[in-house]
Design a protein around this ligand. Structure first.
Ligand code: PGA
Length: 243
Protein backbone atom coordinates (compact mmCIF):
# COMPACT_ATOMS: atom_id res chain seq x y z
CA UNK A 1 0.00 0.00 0.00
CA UNK A 2 1.25 3.46 -0.79
CA UNK A 3 0.90 6.20 1.76
CA UNK A 4 1.33 9.74 0.39
CA UNK A 5 2.49 12.61 2.58
CA UNK A 6 2.56 16.10 1.09
CA UNK A 7 4.69 18.68 2.90
CA UNK A 8 5.45 22.35 2.23
CA UNK A 9 9.14 22.26 1.41
CA UNK A 10 12.27 20.27 0.63
CA UNK A 11 13.45 20.83 4.21
CA UNK A 12 10.31 19.26 5.61
CA UNK A 13 10.81 16.16 3.47
CA UNK A 14 14.19 15.64 5.13
CA UNK A 15 12.85 16.24 8.63
CA UNK A 16 9.96 13.81 8.23
CA UNK A 17 12.05 11.09 6.57
CA UNK A 18 14.75 11.43 9.23
CA UNK A 19 12.17 10.83 11.98
CA UNK A 20 11.07 7.61 10.29
CA UNK A 21 14.66 6.44 9.79
CA UNK A 22 15.68 7.44 13.33
CA UNK A 23 12.84 5.32 14.71
CA UNK A 24 14.03 2.32 12.69
CA UNK A 25 17.62 2.80 13.92
CA UNK A 26 16.48 3.12 17.53
CA UNK A 27 14.17 0.14 17.64
CA UNK A 28 16.39 -2.46 15.91
CA UNK A 29 19.49 -3.95 17.51
CA UNK A 30 21.22 -4.31 14.12
CA UNK A 31 19.50 -1.86 11.79
CA UNK A 32 20.06 -2.27 8.05
CA UNK A 33 19.37 0.79 5.90
CA UNK A 34 19.06 0.82 2.12
CA UNK A 35 20.38 4.22 0.99
CA UNK A 36 20.19 6.42 -2.07
CA UNK A 37 22.23 9.25 -3.59
CA UNK A 38 21.27 12.34 -5.60
CA UNK A 39 20.10 15.73 -4.40
CA UNK A 40 16.89 14.46 -2.80
CA UNK A 41 18.26 12.50 0.22
CA UNK A 42 20.82 15.13 1.27
CA UNK A 43 18.28 16.78 3.60
CA UNK A 44 17.51 13.42 5.19
CA UNK A 45 21.22 12.77 5.77
CA UNK A 46 21.87 16.21 7.26
CA UNK A 47 18.99 15.70 9.71
CA UNK A 48 20.35 12.27 10.70
CA UNK A 49 23.78 13.86 11.29
CA UNK A 50 22.10 16.52 13.42
CA UNK A 51 20.37 13.86 15.54
CA UNK A 52 23.72 12.06 15.91
CA UNK A 53 25.44 15.28 17.01
CA UNK A 54 22.68 15.84 19.56
CA UNK A 55 23.43 12.33 20.86
CA UNK A 56 19.95 11.15 19.94
CA UNK A 57 21.12 8.57 17.42
CA UNK A 58 23.82 5.90 17.45
CA UNK A 59 25.12 4.44 14.17
CA UNK A 60 27.57 1.96 15.72
CA UNK A 61 25.33 -1.04 14.95
CA UNK A 62 24.00 0.27 11.63
CA UNK A 63 24.73 -1.44 8.30
CA UNK A 64 23.93 0.17 4.96
CA UNK A 65 23.45 -1.00 1.39
CA UNK A 66 23.29 1.53 -1.43
CA UNK A 67 21.11 1.33 -4.50
CA UNK A 68 23.64 1.89 -7.23
CA UNK A 69 26.97 3.15 -8.49
CA UNK A 70 28.30 4.50 -11.78
CA UNK A 71 30.33 2.08 -13.88
CA UNK A 72 33.95 3.14 -14.39
CA UNK A 73 34.37 5.51 -11.44
CA UNK A 74 36.87 4.61 -8.74
CA UNK A 75 35.64 5.14 -5.19
CA UNK A 76 37.94 8.12 -4.65
CA UNK A 77 36.40 9.91 -7.65
CA UNK A 78 34.32 12.79 -6.21
CA UNK A 79 31.47 11.88 -8.61
CA UNK A 80 31.24 8.30 -7.36
CA UNK A 81 28.37 7.41 -5.08
CA UNK A 82 30.80 5.89 -2.61
CA UNK A 83 32.44 9.31 -2.32
CA UNK A 84 29.00 10.96 -2.03
CA UNK A 85 28.00 8.68 0.84
CA UNK A 86 31.27 9.30 2.70
CA UNK A 87 30.88 13.05 2.26
CA UNK A 88 27.18 13.31 3.07
CA UNK A 89 26.80 10.74 5.84
CA UNK A 90 29.37 8.09 6.69
CA UNK A 91 32.26 10.38 7.68
CA UNK A 92 29.94 12.48 9.85
CA UNK A 93 28.50 9.76 12.12
CA UNK A 94 29.87 6.85 14.15
CA UNK A 95 29.13 4.20 11.54
CA UNK A 96 31.68 1.41 11.06
CA UNK A 97 32.71 1.88 7.42
CA UNK A 98 33.13 -1.91 7.13
CA UNK A 99 29.36 -2.18 7.49
CA UNK A 100 28.63 0.12 4.53
CA UNK A 101 28.12 -1.52 1.15
CA UNK A 102 27.91 -0.15 -2.39
CA UNK A 103 28.35 -1.92 -5.69
CA UNK A 104 31.87 -1.45 -7.04
CA UNK A 105 31.51 0.30 -10.39
CA UNK A 106 35.24 -0.03 -11.04
CA UNK A 107 35.23 -3.84 -10.74
CA UNK A 108 37.01 -5.65 -13.58
CA UNK A 109 34.27 -8.22 -13.97
CA UNK A 110 31.01 -6.30 -13.66
CA UNK A 111 28.73 -9.32 -14.00
CA UNK A 112 30.54 -11.01 -11.13
CA UNK A 113 30.30 -7.77 -9.16
CA UNK A 114 26.53 -7.61 -9.69
CA UNK A 115 26.22 -11.17 -8.38
CA UNK A 116 28.50 -10.43 -5.44
CA UNK A 117 26.41 -7.41 -4.52
CA UNK A 118 23.12 -9.26 -4.77
CA UNK A 119 24.60 -11.91 -2.45
CA UNK A 120 25.46 -9.19 0.06
CA UNK A 121 21.86 -7.97 -0.04
CA UNK A 122 20.63 -11.53 0.46
CA UNK A 123 22.97 -12.05 3.40
CA UNK A 124 20.91 -9.61 5.45
CA UNK A 125 17.90 -11.22 7.06
CA UNK A 126 16.12 -7.87 6.92
CA UNK A 127 16.70 -4.61 5.14
CA UNK A 128 14.64 -2.50 7.50
CA UNK A 129 14.09 0.42 5.17
CA UNK A 130 14.97 1.38 1.61
CA UNK A 131 15.36 5.08 0.85
CA UNK A 132 14.54 6.10 -2.72
CA UNK A 133 14.49 9.17 -4.90
CA UNK A 134 12.78 9.01 -8.27
CA UNK A 135 13.84 10.13 -11.73
CA UNK A 136 11.55 12.45 -13.65
CA UNK A 137 11.20 9.45 -16.00
CA UNK A 138 10.02 7.26 -13.10
CA UNK A 139 13.27 5.38 -12.53
CA UNK A 140 14.20 4.04 -9.09
CA UNK A 141 17.85 3.25 -8.51
CA UNK A 142 19.05 3.19 -12.10
CA UNK A 143 16.15 1.02 -13.26
CA UNK A 144 15.24 3.02 -16.34
CA UNK A 145 11.93 2.78 -18.26
CA UNK A 146 12.22 -0.06 -20.78
CA UNK A 147 10.12 -2.97 -22.03
CA UNK A 148 11.83 -5.22 -19.47
CA UNK A 149 13.17 -4.49 -15.99
CA UNK A 150 15.83 -6.34 -14.00
CA UNK A 151 14.79 -8.20 -10.89
CA UNK A 152 18.26 -8.32 -9.36
CA UNK A 153 21.42 -6.19 -9.30
CA UNK A 154 22.50 -5.65 -12.91
CA UNK A 155 24.56 -3.54 -15.25
CA UNK A 156 22.30 -0.97 -16.89
CA UNK A 157 22.47 1.66 -19.62
CA UNK A 158 21.46 5.14 -18.54
CA UNK A 159 18.79 6.92 -20.55
CA UNK A 160 19.54 10.26 -22.15
CA UNK A 161 17.19 12.08 -19.75
CA UNK A 162 19.06 10.62 -16.76
CA UNK A 163 22.45 11.57 -18.22
CA UNK A 164 21.11 15.10 -18.84
CA UNK A 165 19.62 15.39 -15.35
CA UNK A 166 22.80 14.13 -13.66
CA UNK A 167 25.12 16.27 -15.77
CA UNK A 168 24.57 19.08 -13.25
CA UNK A 169 26.94 17.22 -10.92
CA UNK A 170 29.67 16.95 -13.61
CA UNK A 171 31.79 19.49 -15.49
CA UNK A 172 29.87 18.67 -18.65
CA UNK A 173 27.46 15.99 -19.80
CA UNK A 174 30.12 14.09 -21.79
CA UNK A 175 31.67 13.15 -18.44
CA UNK A 176 28.55 11.44 -17.07
CA UNK A 177 29.08 7.65 -17.15
CA UNK A 178 26.76 5.89 -19.61
CA UNK A 179 26.41 2.75 -17.51
CA UNK A 180 25.70 1.95 -13.90
CA UNK A 181 25.35 -1.04 -11.61
CA UNK A 182 22.00 -0.97 -9.87
CA UNK A 183 19.84 -3.01 -7.54
CA UNK A 184 16.95 -4.52 -9.47
CA UNK A 185 13.26 -4.14 -8.74
CA UNK A 186 13.10 -7.26 -6.59
CA UNK A 187 16.25 -6.25 -4.70
CA UNK A 188 14.49 -2.99 -3.83
CA UNK A 189 11.17 -4.61 -2.91
CA UNK A 190 12.98 -6.89 -0.44
CA UNK A 191 13.09 -4.07 2.13
CA UNK A 192 10.55 -4.15 4.98
CA UNK A 193 9.64 -0.51 4.44
CA UNK A 194 10.21 1.88 1.55
CA UNK A 195 10.47 5.66 1.80
CA UNK A 196 10.46 7.47 -1.55
CA UNK A 197 11.09 11.21 -1.53
CA UNK A 198 10.60 13.71 -4.34
CA UNK A 199 10.60 17.48 -4.68
CA UNK A 200 10.03 19.89 -7.53
CA UNK A 201 7.72 20.01 -10.49
CA UNK A 202 9.99 17.86 -12.68
CA UNK A 203 8.92 14.84 -10.62
CA UNK A 204 5.18 15.63 -10.62
CA UNK A 205 4.20 13.43 -13.60
CA UNK A 206 6.06 10.41 -12.24
CA UNK A 207 4.45 10.93 -8.82
CA UNK A 208 1.00 11.25 -10.40
CA UNK A 209 1.41 7.78 -11.96
CA UNK A 210 2.15 6.28 -8.53
CA UNK A 211 -1.34 7.23 -7.37
CA UNK A 212 -3.22 5.23 -10.04
CA UNK A 213 -3.91 1.49 -9.87
CA UNK A 214 -1.65 0.38 -12.70
CA UNK A 215 1.93 -0.84 -13.07
CA UNK A 216 4.12 -0.35 -16.10
CA UNK A 217 7.76 -0.94 -16.99
CA UNK A 218 7.55 2.57 -18.49
CA UNK A 219 7.40 3.85 -14.89
CA UNK A 220 9.69 1.52 -12.93
CA UNK A 221 8.66 3.10 -9.60
CA UNK A 222 5.11 1.83 -10.21
CA UNK A 223 6.30 -1.64 -9.12
CA UNK A 224 6.41 -0.23 -5.59
CA UNK A 225 2.63 -0.70 -5.63
CA UNK A 226 3.32 -4.42 -5.10
CA UNK A 227 4.91 -3.65 -1.71
CA UNK A 228 2.88 -3.47 1.49
CA UNK A 229 4.58 -0.56 3.26
CA UNK A 230 5.55 2.33 1.00
CA UNK A 231 5.71 5.96 2.14
CA UNK A 232 6.00 8.69 -0.45
CA UNK A 233 6.99 12.09 0.89
CA UNK A 234 6.68 14.94 -1.59
CA UNK A 235 6.61 18.71 -1.59
CA UNK A 236 3.69 20.64 -3.11
CA UNK A 237 5.35 20.97 -6.54
CA UNK A 238 5.97 17.25 -6.88
CA UNK A 239 2.39 16.66 -5.66
CA UNK A 240 0.96 19.04 -8.24
CA UNK A 241 -1.11 16.39 -10.09
CA UNK A 242 -2.22 14.39 -7.03
CA UNK A 243 -5.95 14.66 -6.43
P1 PGA B 1 17.77 13.53 -7.60
O1 PGA B 1 17.82 12.10 -8.31
O2 PGA B 1 17.54 13.25 -6.15
O3 PGA B 1 19.12 14.14 -7.83
O4 PGA B 1 16.63 14.28 -8.23
C1 PGA B 1 16.85 11.17 -8.01
C2 PGA B 1 16.96 9.99 -8.93
O5 PGA B 1 17.39 10.16 -10.09
O6 PGA B 1 16.58 8.88 -8.52
Amino acid sequence: MINFKIVDSYDEIGVLASKMVAEIISKNSNPVLGLATGSTPIGLYSNLIKLYNEKKLDFSKVSTVNLDEYVGLEEDNPQSYKYFMNENLFSKVNIDIKNTFLPNGAAENLLEEAKRYENILESFENIHVQILGIGSNGHIGFNEPFNELNLYTSIVDLKKETIDANSRFFEDSSMVPRKAISMGIKSILRADKIILMAYGESKAKAIEYLANDKISTDVPASFLKLHKDVHIIVDKEAAKYLK
